[in-house]
Design a protein around this ligand. Structure first.
Ligand code: NAG
Ligand code: NAG
Ligand code: NAG
Ligand code: NAG
Ligand code: NAG
Ligand code: NAG
Ligand code: NAG
Ligand code: NAG
Ligand code: NAG
Length: 560
């Protein structure tokens, strides 16, 4: 039956559960050793969690868990433990999972006379470990997961993982390692994932991973690596995921990935790469995602991406590219997502995207593109209905809109649109998939206090910069209505109703000398049935008023 518990003080929280009648778990929060020793019937407990408990001298006494001999899982977390006596874990012969996370341990030991042969996972993360002694883990021969992350480890003794031949997952992230020596991971034949991110690694010795032939995931991001020579020598033929983001790589050695045949994800973002050469990616025949964003790329060899025939995602954003070779993507016909945003591209060759029949996302935002005729020459078999293109923040002046209307979405805001061209095309109802506009704060005359966010388009007209404001008057009316008592003071509303006073545009980015107000078609419906709306819709009245203002402002009105 359930463990009998002493009457316990309030802060002590108990959680008892019976799964299949023999496995019971107990959780004690804010407890102390006296309470632990007073627990009865503990031999049936299979899982025990002690959280924020206090221990005499912040130390765990020898054999304190001797009576808990059926325990499979023990967690002693966030309890200010400075140390464990040498045999503190004695008697836990069946223990499979042990966590000592979030304490203040500075050494790691076996803490048991006999090997804890059943232990498969050990978590000592968030402690104060600064070194791992040789053979310190030899009493845990069957460990599969070892979490030493968030400590202060600066170096590892040779052979510190020596007998852990079953280890599959090793977490060493957020430590202070500067070097990976050949001896560190020697003999970990079953190691499948190794996390080394957020250290201070400058160097990885040549054959450091030679015996880790089963390694699938290697995380090295947020380090200080300048060189990848170790990849050429190491036998990482089964690696699937390699993260080298946020290091100091300036170049890729020739054929550096030539042994990583199974690699699927490669992250090289936030480095200092200046170029990609024709031999940079040789051997990556299974690669699906590559990220070279946030580097200093200025040139890419025409056949740099040729080996990547299975590539699905390519991210080259935030670099310094001003042109791309015409046949750069000719062998990557599986590509679905291409991100070239935030570069300095001033044109794209019409043939560049011609092979990409699976393309769904194309991001070219924040470049210097002046024309987009290449949009008419996308692959004939491409499903345009599933394609999203971002061309915002470029230097486009006009576009062939009829070639875009079948796309799922096209972002076009913040370009150098020619006003005459724009007005001509906006007079036809634009397809909803095309978005020219950006959001714009505007002081509205309808509701004096309110600052409306409206949509606007900037355009350029010879000497002048203009702004077209897309005004959805129905929205403005709905905002104004709750503020007023419309039946009584409808006369007052007349004075607030445009076009008596036109809204003032806040000078935002432009010196907007002239403002073209363009009203959306929905106006007619939204205003019918309202007396003051009828007057508002009186076109003659409006035109008369407008003429008075025409030296400064123009109105283009679209009827439904
Ligand atoms: C442990 O906690 C109980 C209840 O809070 C308290 O009565 C007892 O004195 C504590 N024992 C020690 C050694 O601190
Ligand atoms: C943890 O225990 C200390 C006393 O040992 C107490 O002051 C603190 O409030 C406890 N924290 C939590 C989260 O229970
Ligand atoms: C952590 O342990 C070190 C010695 O190992 C000690 O100097 C320090 O005071 C301890 N910190 C706390 C919060 O107990
Ligand atoms: C560690 O491995 C060595 C060599 O494989 C072996 O002789 C030794 O008994 C092992 N030690 C333990 C504690 O398993
Ligand atoms: C690489 O690591 C960074 C930072 O931890 C993370 O944001 C990114 O998603 C990782 N890359 C991949 C491909 O998982
Ligand atoms: C790569 O380019 C160099 C010159 O930059 C050339 O000598 C070499 O033959 C090219 N290699 C391949 C595989 O195209
Ligand atoms: C590339 O890395 C950047 C920064 O880590 C991230 O924002 C972006 O989503 C990544 N791209 C891909 C395709 O994973
Ligand atoms: C615009 O695109 C359509 C469809 O792609 C094409 O038929 C037409 O000739 C193009 N017009 C111009 C002026 O290029
Ligand atoms: C128009 O805008 C461009 C780019 O924002 C700016 O360089 C130029 O000085 C502006 N011209 C006038 C007349 O305001």
């Amino acid at each position: 039956m359930l463990a009998k518990l002493l009457p316990l003080p309030l802060p002590l929280l108990l959680l008892l559960s019976c799964v299949a009648c023999h496995t019971q778990s107990l959780q004690l929060i804010n407890c102390n050793a006296t309470q632990l020793l007073a627990l009865k019937d503990v031999t049936t407990l299979s899982s025990l969690r002690l959280y924020n408990c206090s221990w005499e001298q912040q130390k765990l006494k020898n054999a304190i868990f001797l009576r808990f001999n059926q325990l499979l899982s023990l967690k002693l977390e966030r309890s200010q433990l400075n140390s464990l006596e040498d045999y503190a874990l004695h008697g836990l012969a069946r223990l499979q999972h042990l966590s000592l996370a979030k304490n203040n341990l500075s050494v790691i030991k076996s803490w048991s006379e006999e090997p804890l042969a059943a232990l498969t996972s050990l978590d000592i993360s968030f402690n104060a470990l600064s070194r791992l002694p040789a053979n310190g883990l030899e009493q845990y021969p069957n460990l599969q997961l070892l979490d030493l992350s968030h400590n202060r480890i600066e170096h590892l003794e040779p052979d510190c993982f020596y007998n852990l031949s079953h280890l599959k997952h090793l977490h060493l992230q957020y430590n202070q390692l500067q070097l990976i020596a050949v001896t560190y991971f020697h003999g970990l034949h079953r190691l499948s994932s190794l996390s080394l991110q957020h250290n201070r690694l400058k160097q990885v010795e040549a054959t450091s991973f030679e015996s880790n032939t089963h390694l699938r995931s290697l995380r090295l991001e947020h380090n200080l690596l300048e060189d990848l020579q170790f990849l050429k020598d190491a036998g990482l033929a089964r690696l699937i995921h390699l993260n080298l983001s946020r290091n100091s790589l300036e170049q890729l050695p020739p054929s550096v990935f030539s042994k990583n045949f199974e690699l699927q994800d490669l992250d090289l973002s936030y480095n200092k790469l200046k170029g990609l050469l024709n031999n940079s990616f040789i051997g990556l025949e299974s690669l699906e995602r590559i990220n070279v964003s946030h580097n200093y790329l200025e040139h890419i060899a025409a056949d740099a991406l040729r080996p990547l025939s299975t590539l699905l995602q390519l991210d080259l954003s935030y670099n310094r590219l001003n042109s791309l070779p015409e046949d750069l993507l000719h062998d990557n016909n599986q590509l679905k997502q291409v991100d070239l945003s935030s570069n300095q591209l001033n044109h794209l060759h019409p043939a560049l995207l011609h092979q990409l029949t699976h393309l769904t996302r194309l991001n070219l935002a924040r470049n210097h593109l002046e024309e987009a005729s290449w949009l008419q020459q996308l692959a004939p078999g491409l499903n345009r209905l599933a394609l999203r293109v971002d061309l915002s923040s470029n230097r486009l002046q006009s576009l062939n809109l009829s070639s875009l209307i079948f796309f799922e979405q096209v972002q076009l805001s913040d370009n150098r649109w020619n006003c005459a061209w724009l007005v001509k095309h906006m007079l036809r109802t634009p397809p909803t998939a095309l978005n020219f506009a950006r959001s714009w704060p505007m002081l509205s005359a309808w509701s004096v206090q309110q600052l409306l966010s409206i949509k606007g388009i900037d355009c350029f007209d010879g000497q002048q910069n203009r702004s077209i404001v897309l005004l959805d008057v129905s929205a403005a009316r709905q905002q104004a209505a709750p503020d007023c008592d419309c039946q009584e003071s409808s006369n007052e509303l007349y004075t607030l109703t445009p076009p008596l006073t036109w809204p003032r545009i806040r000078t935002d980015r432009f010196d907007s000398r002239s403002v073209i107000i363009w009203m959306l078609a929905a106006i007619a419906l939204a205003f019918s049935g309202l007396r003051w709306g009828q007057r508002f819709m009186d076109r003659k009245e409006r035109e008369r008023k407008l003429k008075q203002n025409q030296d400064k402002q123009q109105l283009i009105k679209v009827e439904a």
